[in-house]
Design a protein around this ligand. Sequence first.
Ligand code: GLA
Length: 384
Amino acid sequence: MNSETIHTHFAEHFNGATGTIYAAPGRINLIGEHTDYNGGFVFPGAVEQGMMAEIRPNGTRAIRAYSIDLKDYDEFSLDDEQGPKASHFRYIFGVAREMMKRGVKVEGFDCAFAGDVPLGAGMSSSAALESCFAFAINDLFGNNAISKMELAKVGQATEHIYLGLNCGIMDQFASVHGKAGQLMRLDCRSGEFEYFPWNPKGYRLVLVNSCVKHELAGSPYNDRRKSCENVVAAINAKYGCKAETLRDCSWEQIEGVKECCSETDIRRATFVMGEKDRVLAVCAALEAGDYETVGQKMYETHHGLSKDYEVSCEELDFLNEVAKECGVTGSRIMGGGFGGCTINLVKDELYLPFVAAAKAEYALKFGHAPKVYDVVISDGARKL
Ligand code: GLA
């Protein structure tokens, strides 16, 4: 999707009018999965695939929205409590309402939007949509007074309140703060972050999309989060402390509440504790140019996500095995899990044989080919 196409649709639906065009990307995450809502570290970067919207204030209290991809149109009032039913419009409604809560004098607007982030691939198409509109509303109605981190929180609150998904901050953070050629290590407890140049000479990142679609809101994502919270509550009760997340807890404390928690909850908390350490190990390895260690940590994460956190599926485990057999440096599930992509750290010379093997072997086993995307680390939300 490019800005000319967006404009053609916008003009067609809104009497030849012209608005302002905004864009925001999806994201990859090198490592640090299911750590964000546990106050841990994540290591994402924005990608070139994203969402784009043309927007023009219309002088009313209504949002008139056209989804180009779904060929779907709806109108809804900013002052309505319920908002639209379809999720693609609820994201826009939720973002507008959350911006209003933060003091922005949002007015009605006409908009047409589209994107090229594959849906349900674990690349955060919804965060891209939220960030695009949060950024746009801040620019059009808010004098850009809302900080970038708060824009990310607007997207996250939209997921929680309007879509029922209790996600962490990683996806919206990455979509808003992304920079071309830079990964970001975010400490989700303090909100501090650092850019890390991503220039892995001799290696590249490749996503392999199983094309198994997950619907995170309807999936056990919230249930994973609950497990972690159960363990934190048990630790607070036993040790009389005030830990907010697993980040504030120690390995010893987890060991100490084994008897008062379910085996499943403890296993999940153990994964999160290990994942927190793996992000830091990957950062150190990257600084030393040690890509073998980066890759090894990725395999460890996959194993934990699959066996301990249980967010994998047959297709993703299969793709991970193919990567291993091909000698790929690192491979793991990316994002929330339950389908979507694996992210693979591949030596340049292995790229073609790996992609060919993944496509052929996957098609043979599951009857359809996976999709492959080369990762290009790109800029975050912006006005075009
Ligand atoms: C989804 C959520 C994120 C994060 C990841 C798992 O993408 O939206 O907040 O929890 O899953 O790391």
